[in-house]
Design a protein. Structure first.
Ligand code: PMP
Length: 443
């Protein structure tokens, strides 16, 4: 095991640290919602390679894929059926006029491309994103990403105004600000339904941004339907709808980053934006699109695509036949959205009970199988639980056989986004383990 660690450090010194750094997990193999380490220990995988293995590790349908014997690659300057068969199927999942698809290799590449298309289409340059957001790690998308931990200073000035965005995420919670928003958590809203005024506050801040910080014409607004890396942050009701209106009034296009929320993960809808009563001008996706096989996409309208068609754009691997075949099987998989809804709702309900029991659980939020558990020092101070304490609970949960994720601006939110094949028994197993880990920490 030590050898594996040394070899990894020597030849692949990723800037992203290995998670579980106290005692790394040496993954050997996976099947559906399970992973095994080199010693044969089994883990329930509730993080799915960061919400990527959407329908299960090494899904059995891989054996039925004759694509491996047929065609591994030929680039998209040729016509081959897996590409158009897949894009037709993907387009059918989206409402009109979102029907034109560009295939990429990652979420960052998809957002890069979306930003380019937005600028070409509008003739404007400035882009607005939300505080706490993560939209990628390429030099351009680093500008979209707001979380300082993922930015290199030289790359942050590319006309992307995330530091001046509406203050949706500031405050000691680093995430859940509107405690009373009807959609913030599954808890009952303490103010009467529909009377929450937080949205007016944020829209007011956005108007101030427009008035003081950015030119009157903008290129784009990017937002996830529910924040992922930011810690399952949800917005006040109508926030996206009202923001889209203001952005469009200033000539900008609205882009839904569905890299984490797409493909049924939010349970109630196939696409996260559908839960906000909006239709974006562009939707970007990756991660779960091909169950862990590298792939991404930008879907847009014929109108936006026409502006892009004035130039030439090419990427070698976009629309790789194997990726398309696997992505097609993801769309064919039955019941994933329903599982997200059923098991997700159950988990949210049970975790909310734990929040009431433990002083260090500040908030439980999310939708479907996009869940965040925000940890605090105590409920009164609402200060984030410090990294060392987070790590203790995180490692303990792993030692008892469950892998989860961490996120939030202060790393204070546990994230649960498993393959969408988990069962209620798996949820119970996790709840027992997590309960034990919290109990051990509090001792
Ligand atoms: N957008 C969101 C919402 C993401 O969560 C991520 C990755 N965490 C990306 C974009 C970037 O995707 P990738 O890592 O595939 O480039």
């Amino acid at each position: 095991e030590r050898m594996m660690e040394i070899r990894r450090q020597n030849c692949n010194p990723m800037t992203m640290k290995v998670t579980y750094y106290k005692k790394p997990v040496y993954i050997h193999q996976g099947h559906m919602q399970w992973l095994w380490d080199v010693d044969g220990r089994r883990y329930l995988d509730l993080f799915a390679g960061v919400a990527t293995v959407s329908v299960g590790h090494c899904h059995p349908w891989k054996e039925h894929k004759n694509i491996w014997d047929q065609l591994w690659h030929t680039t998209n300057i040729y016509v081959y059926s897996p590409l158009h068969e897949y894009t037709e199927k993907l387009a059918a999942t989206l409402p009109d006029p979102l029907k034109v698809i560009y295939l990429t290799n990652s979420g960052s590449e998809a957002n890069d491309l979306a930003m380019l298309m937005a600028r070409l289409h509008t003739g404007n340059f400035d882009v607005i994103t939300l505080r706490g957001s993560y939209h990628g790690g390429s030099p351009h998308t680093m500008g979209l990403t707001s979380n300082a931990a993922y930015k290199y200073p030289v790359a942050s000035g590319l006309g992307c105004h995330n530091t001046m965005c509406p203050d949706v995420f500031a405050g000691p919670w680093g995430g859940s600000n509107c405690r009373d928003s009807p959609i913030q958590t599954i808890r009952d809203c303490s103010c009467p339904q529909g009377s929450c005024t937080a949205n007016d506050k944020y829209i007011g801040q956005l108007n101030e941004v427009f008035a003081t910080s950015v030119p009157s014409r903008i290129a784009a607004f990017f937002a996830e339907p529910i924040m992922g890396v930011g810690g399952a942050v949800q917005y006040p009701k109508n926030f996206l709808k009202d923001t889209y209106k203001l952005v469009r009034e200033r000539g900008g296009v609205c882009i839904a980053d569905e890299v984490q929320t797409g493909f049924g993960r939010t349970g109630s809808h196939f696409w996260g934006f559908q839960g906000h009563d909006v239709i974006p001008d562009m939707v970007t996706m990756a991660k779960g699109i091909a169950n862990g096989f590298p792939m991404g996409a930008v879907v847009t309208t014929p109108e936006v695509a026409a502006s892009f068609a004035k130039g030439v754009h090419f990427n070698t691997f976009g629309g790789n036949p194997v990726a398309c075949a696997i992505a097609s099987s993801v769309l064919d998989e039955d019941g994933t959205q329903q599982i997200s809804h059923n098991v997700g709702t159950y988990l949210l309900t049970e975790l909310a009970k734990m929040r009431d029991k433990y002083e260090i659980i500040g908030d439980v939020r999310g939708k479907g199988l996009q869940i965040g558990v925000e940890m605090v020092k105590d409920k009164a101070s609402r200060k984030p639980l410090p990294p060392a304490a987070m790590s203790e609970i995180f490692e303990d949960t792993k030692d008892m056989g469950v892998l989860i994720g961490k996120g939030g601006v202060y790393g204070q939110t546990f994230r649960i986004k498993p393959p969408m094949c988990i069962t209620r028994d798996d949820a119970d197993f996790f709840l027992a383990v997590f309960n034990q880990a919290l109990h051990n920490y509090m001792e």
